[in-house]
Design a protein around this ligand. Structure first.
Ligand SMILES: [Zn+2]
Length: 308
């Protein structure tokens, strides 16, 4: 049995997970801000409640994994920092080993954990790419069944390939990164740029990532065109992933993945037309995440299993 922790800005989620990646119990506690000690105690409370709910003994826990929305020190088991939570240098391994004995406590970037979670729930896949569309574009790479970390453990920054020369300014310092177009932030930006063309959009309406999807469903052809422009921005990067990795499978996650086939089918069509592979070769399976929000817990729990 494993414990997986998914740290978010709003809550810390702890789960008891078995070898197959099934969650037996999970528990969420609010995330304390700017206070290392309160943070550790909240995390411990979440773990203990999840263990209690799963009806297992502490001694059955083989390893604990933590997914952090920020930088980690894997060697020393330290959460160095996390965006919007305001902690620094949390010695998670040292703290949890005092509570649970000398079991492995591993820390990892949260997007990598989500990739691992999706990987363990996917079918007969060894080479696998997970892409998550949110404020940015993130994800993770699995090669031959292992999370690929690269030097510095910094691999998998999928959103920072450039798809538009001299395009939008990216937070990373470059211009035209994939995530400045294919993220939900990118979609909102594109919708704003074209808002005058969307006839059913009232001038004072606030634009969100759902705006063009909702208006397109009501039959607005211009909203549909802008929605499809965004889907193509996603597909351009997906083709790059296919060309570089030829993975068995690509899974797309993030809040917008609720739109399902509306975004998935045009992406598959674009990949089939544009990916560099012979028509006689099997195409990678491209799917929308089925496990959604739980991928982070499952992946964190199974970091240790993946490292063996
Ligand atoms: Zn960038």
């Amino acid at each position: 049995m494993y414990i997986g922790i998914d740290i978010g800005g709003m809550s810390i989620k702890a789960g008891v997970v078995n070898e197959n990646g099934d969650i037996l119990a999970k528990y969420a506690v609010p995330t304390p801000k700017n206070d290392n000690e309160a943070f550790l105690n909240a995390m411990l409370e979440g773990i203990n409640k999840a263990i209690e709910e799963a009806g297992i003994q502490k001694t059955e826990i083989k390893a604990i994994g933590i997914g952090n929305p920020g930088v980690v020190d894997r060697d020393r088991g330290i959460l160095l920092e996390a965006t919007n939570i305001g902690f620094s240098d949390i010695s998670a391994r040292e703290f949890l080993q005092k509570e649970f004995g000398d079991i492995p406590v591993l820390v990892e970037n949260d997007a990598n954990c989500a990739a691992l979670g999706e990987f363990y729930k996917a079918e007969s896949t060894k080479n696998f790419i997970f892409i998550t569309l949110g404020t940015g574009v993130g994800g993770g790479i699995i090669i031959n069944g292992r999370l690929y970390l690269g030097t510095n453990g910094a691999a998998g920054e999928l959103g920072h390939i450039v798809t538009h020369t001299n395009g939008r300014q990216c937070g990373c310092g470059r211009k035209g990164c994939w995530e400045t177009y294919a993220s939900v932030t990118g979609l909102i930006e594109t919708t704003k740029e074209h808002r005058d063309e969307i006839k059913t959009l009232s001038p004072d309406e606030e634009i969100s990532g759902r705006t063009v999807f909702e208006l397109a469903r009501k039959g607005d052809k211009d909203a549909e065109r802008i929605r499809d422009m965004w889907i193509e921005e996603i597909a351009i990067g997906v083709v790059d992933m296919v060309n570089i990795f030829q993975p068995d499978q690509i899974i797309i996650g993030g809040a917008i993945s609720k739109e399902g086939d509306t975004i998935l089918l045009p992406i598959i069509d674009y990949v089939n037309k544009n990916a560099f592979c012979s028509e006689r070769l099997t195409k990678p399976k491209i799917e929308i995440s089925k496990i959604g929000g739980d991928a982070g817990i499952i992946g964190a729990a199974l970091i240790y299993k993946n490292s063996l």
